[in-house]
Design a binder for this molecule. Structure first.
Ligand SMILES: Cc1cc2nc3c(=O)[nH]c(=O)nc-3n(C[C@H](O)[C@H](O)[C@H](O)COP(=O)(O)OP(=O)(O)OC[C@H]3O[C@@H](n4cnc5c(N)ncnc54)[C@H](O)[C@@H]3O)c2cc1C
Ligand SMILES: NC(=O)C1=CN([C@@H]2O[C@H](COP(=O)(O)OP(=O)(O)OC[C@H]3O[C@@H](n4cnc5c(N)ncnc54)[C@H](OP(=O)(O)O)[C@@H]3O)[C@@H](O)[C@H]2O)C=CC1
Length: 498
């Protein structure tokens, strides 16, 4: 295809998710007289609205899907190009888009996000959930399903098993307890009863980030890069969806622990093997006492076999670096993300990265770690823009305060969940103690202590402890003298440390 002559911008950003949009907005404020180019494969952008800093590091905001024209109206020097980048030529400071155009840049920030890391990729019975389109596809399949298998033990699986109604769920996890990416076995134990309870009609109010699809009618689209690379969903993504199968019950979740999927059989492969009783002892075919026929069968590494309508692979993400960054010599982290230093700079000159696409490769604070989350996408996008500005002015810049302490507020099983610092004692070895307080059905509080200092905390329920604990982790005060009083419900901990 003939390529149109290059338009050159001083600043360009790739990606219309939270990281890219926040970066472009900040650049637009820093450089009001420059055109800021935002190139994105998605037809809508994700904008942060109603941002509120609730404490030093905890933040709340709403996220809205908007047409790019709304962003351009709010920031007249941002120009949005809706076309996927097919190739980056970093040595020439040039990018090429699907619609045959070429764009030059002086400084570029890559915010192309990540995509689901699917098991058995390519199998038509495996679904992943990332963006609005894949969530709607999932809903469509679920509406006809009697039983599904969910694989994975992180954020998406936790949300799905709780939200799905009227469909049996076989949840296959590698670990002993549910929710390994967010909490420990104690918290899992606290949450489990919710899976057998009726779901409340309306969710209880809870302070956290909210997600809305506002401002745009979804248009009919052809299969362009936009469909393949939508922005990631986020908090409350399931609220607008009807996640109901064909049955009338609320929850019916069966958990298979310490296992992975070994093999997947289509019905036409499975039935002859079963009839010949070749490799499937009857006692292991747990899930078909009714002798129902299923479109697909899953063999787990524990030897059990389940028939189901389809499988959800909620098994994490891989940063979106292929194929458009091929041919450039980026240093990659172990997780496949673009390595960035403390100034969000990749290994290549004039190229920065932020959000799910990047791997934080600086020496982090003792109580911060990267997790691919909405809040970190916003913080990184904002900070990357400030670093790009500082480099342009030849100024130095200090690491943003948001990277001092890991802080995440979310909601699982309709409980408010706050995670602070090394909430799971990540990287602390065995040299730490845990303190717990739990009231069944109400709250679960876990604190991680090392050398008398608080290193992390998990707060489930309306504990009101987040600000005090955030301060205690940040100031690293020696808490040895307080002992058990730290979690004594009869001691007003806030007054104690005022
Ligand atoms: C189902 C689900 C639920 C989630 N829930 C939460 C939650 O409750 N809390 C939380 O904090 N986080 C949550 N997350 C994670 C959060 O959504 C992501 O971490 C965050 O949105 C990442 O933002 P990003 O801007 O880095 O990437 P993305 O949002 O993925 O945006 C990437 C952008 O790059 C564009 N792009 C990709 N390739 C190209 C290309 N070649 N050329 C041009 N543009 C390109 C895409 O179109 C998109 O606009 C959830 C994720 C999912 C999938
Ligand atoms: N409320 C929130 O904050 C939410 C956040 N998110 C974010 O969205 C992104 C995508 O979510 P999700 O897909 O759940 O990713 P997560 O990274 O949260 O979890 C992935 C899970 O899949 C497991 N896993 C990985 N490979 C396999 C495999 N081959 N077989 C079985 N299990 C496997 C992982 O185990 P192991 O860790 O042992 O590898 C982990 O339990 C994440 O960045 C997540 O943080 C999503 C939903 C809600």
């Amino acid at each position: 295809m003939a390529v149109a002559p290059a338009a050159r911008s001083r600043f360009a950003v790739v990606g219309g998710g939270i990281a890219g949009v926040t970066c472009a907005e900040r650049l637009s404020v820093e450089f009001p007289l420059e055109d800021i180019l935002l190139i994105t494969a998605s037809p809508v952008i994700k904008a942060v609205t109603n941002f509120k800093q609730v404490s030093k590091t905890l933040e709340e905001f709403d996220v809205e899907e908007q047409p790019s024209s709304v962003l351009e109206k709010r920031y007249p020097n941002i120009k949005v190009i809706e076309s996927g980048i097919t190739q980056l030529k970093s040595k020439e400071h040039k990018m090429f888009t699907e619609d045959g155009k070429e764009y030059g840049y002086e400084k570029l920030c890559l915010c192309a996000g990540a995509k689901p890391k699917l098991i058995f990729e390519g199998n038509p019975y495996i679904l992943g959930i990332r963006d609005t389109d894949s969530a709607q596809e999932f809903q469509k399949h679920l509406a006809k399903a009697k039983r599904i298998v969910v694989v994975g033990n992180g954020g998406i699986a936790l949300e799905l098993v709780y939200e799905i109604e009227g469909c049996e769920v076989i949840w296959a996890i590698k670990d002993k307890a549910i929710g390994n990416t967010f909490f420990d076995a104690g918290a899992a134990e606290f949450l489990i009863p919710k899976l057998s309870a009726e779901k409340p009609e309306t969710a209880t109010a809870c302070k956290r980030t909210k997600y809305t699809t506002g401002g745009s009618e979804k248009e009919e689209r052809s299969d362009t890069a936009a469909d393949r690379f939508g922005s990631a969903l986020g908090p409350d993504w399931h609220e607008g969806l009807h996640l109901k199968g064909t049955k009338e019950f609320s929850h019916k979740v069966h958990i298979e622990t310490l296992c992975e999927i070994k093999r997947i059989y289509l019905q036409q492969e499975f039935i002859p093997l079963q009839q010949a009783s070749l490799s499937f002892p009857k006692e292991k075919q747990n899930a078909q006492p009714d002798r129902a026929l299923w479109p697909v069968y899953v063999e787990l590494t524990n030897g059990k076999i389940y028939g189901c309508d389809f499988i959800v692979s909620a098994t994490g993400v891989v940063p979106n670096v292929k194929p458009f960054l091929d041919g450039n010599d980026f240093a990659l982290g172990e997780d496949g993300g673009l390595k960035v230093d403390e100034h969000m700079h990749t290994s290549l000159p004039d190229i920065y990265a932020a959000g799910d696409i990047c791997s934080a490769s600086w020496e982090p604070s003792r109580v911060w770690q990267q997790m691919r989350l909405w809040t970190q996408a916003r913080q990184m996008g904002w900070y990357a823009a400030r670093c790009m500005a500082a480099d342009s002015f030849g100024e130095s810049i200090e690491m943003d305060f948001s990277f001092e302490l890991f802080a995440h507020v979310t909601k699982f099983f309709n409980y408010k969940v706050v995670l602070l610092g090394k909430y799971n004692a990540q990287g602390l070895g065995s040299d730490h103690e845990l303190m717990l307080r739990c009231t069944k059905g109400q709250e679960y509080v876990k604190v991680v202590i090392q050398n008398g200092r608080m290193m992390g905390a998990v707060l489930i329920g309306e504990t009101d402890l987040e600000e005090t604990f955030e301060n205690l982790i940040l100031n690293q005060m020696d808490l040895s003298a307080y002992g058990e009083d730290l979690l004594n419900p009869n001691v007003d901990i806030e007054d104690y440390f005022d």
